[in-house]
Ligand binder design. Sequence first.
Ligand code: VG1
Ligand code: CO
Length: 546
Amino acid sequence: MTIQTVATKPFAGQRPGTSGLRKKVTEFQQPGYLENFVEAIFQTLGDLSGRTLVLGGDGRFFNRSAIQTILRMAAAHGVARMLVGRGGILSTPAVSCVIRKRAAFGGIVLSASHNPGGPDGDFGIKYNIDNGGPAPEKITEAIFANTQSAQAMSSYRISDAPPVDLDTIGMSTLEHMQVEVIDPVADYAELMGRLFDFDAIRALFARGFTMKFDGMSAVSGPYAKAILEGMLGAPAGTVMNGEPLEDFGGHHPDPNPVNAAELIALMSGAGAPDFGAASDGDADRNMIVGRSIAVTPSDSLAIIAANATLAPGYAGGIKGIARSMPTSGAADRVAKALDIPCFETPTGWKYFGNLMDAGLVTLCGEESYGTGSDHVREKDGLWAVLFWLNMLAATGKSVEQLVGEHWARFGRNYYSRHDYEAVDAAAADTMMAALREKLPTLAGQVLGEFRVAQADDFVYTDPVDGSVASRQGVRIIMTDGSRIVFRLSGTGTEGATVRVYLERYEADPARHAQDTQQALSGLAAIADDVSGLRQRTGRQTPSVVT
Ligand code: VG1
Ligand code: CO
């Protein structure tokens, strides 16, 4: 076994996006492509002697071979110890949990989350820091700079040791590095048991409460089976699509009503289970479904916040809430009622880390089916599902009742996101540039039945470290609080994805039963008018509406 120095040169375009570097598998398979990015991570981290890192992924195609490469490179860079999930499996929230529990220096997560997998699908890699959360921009930008530097990328270092057995729990060594293959579920399951009232949830299932959890053939399956069917006594078969597959069974592992159509169909009609839920590729997203109702993620955050003290881990109350800018203002109303602070951050979980570390917030959420708390530093799909189970068990109410009562008390924020995927990138850029140019003229204008109160490009100043993130989304805010937001996705791998977010608040309970798209149709028309989206992109309708 020796450490090799392999000559290389920079690859363009290795800038991490909203959540790490995501590219087509075929791009990652180019000789040196993965190695360069990993080399750039290690060079950014500096001296790793004595350090422990955590490594795992969502099990998609290329996961295992990437893990072997990263292990051999970690050994060459003097890492003392690597904790790897058995079979190379660790969900994103489980990586975060293990980093924190084992006081590791950081971790590498291999996932392209909700993007399709398989040889023609996507792959991804990101670095998490010692708080368990995604590396902040300062670090991701330093990694990017290294990937683009001819000097830093003149070579990478890698051991020529044979592959490590990833399927047997236990210790081995690679050069001087200790490799520990760990149970991917155990630490995480133990943490969940401390946060939620497992006895009450067990009793709920024992009373005949029924549930379907759709693992979407991605990484949440083993976690959901162990916790729901194992620890909580839900009947076998509660978890569907529970085996992680390298290509996710050809499905799009994004838990929304469009991609989880199988679950949505199961949840309507006679014989529907009491509760449904789904998670994404790397198990950090969640969708909550009742009988004939899918809870919007923005509402889910607000409802969890309003009922947080029902769960033992939050019985003392929550300190504050943070939501990403495009997420609806439903949570803000709860924060106001609880007299706790509410923060509005750019899209991406990395912006929540500082707020949680500083003890300013307990709960965080994004409209993109992401909810979580300071128990880890990632969003956490199964955690949200367990929170809902805890609320259902403690109140004896149904999902529909909890949602209806919440709207009656706080009002309803009608909310929808329209995605235009794989749009011509130049057309999308031109559209955003034209919108930005228009912004100064919009305030005061009457658009349809609305008047514009404020139009800007969202800028966030982190209250903890003062770092500034600009150009985080174009917002048109109406005098009644209704909003239209435009952003380009930072996770796509094909052309550009335009996201249009629409929100309108309705206080009157008599008007809480409208169809969401109908309630937002006026705003949707304005969005198209202001941006020229249809004309500029040639798209008449969104590819996905959530
Ligand atoms: C999307 C979501 C964002 C989320 C990110 C990562 O980013 O909109 O809210 O944090 O995915 O989620 P973008 O830039 O495509 O809008 V995951 O589950 O893909 O790690
Ligand atoms: Co995800």
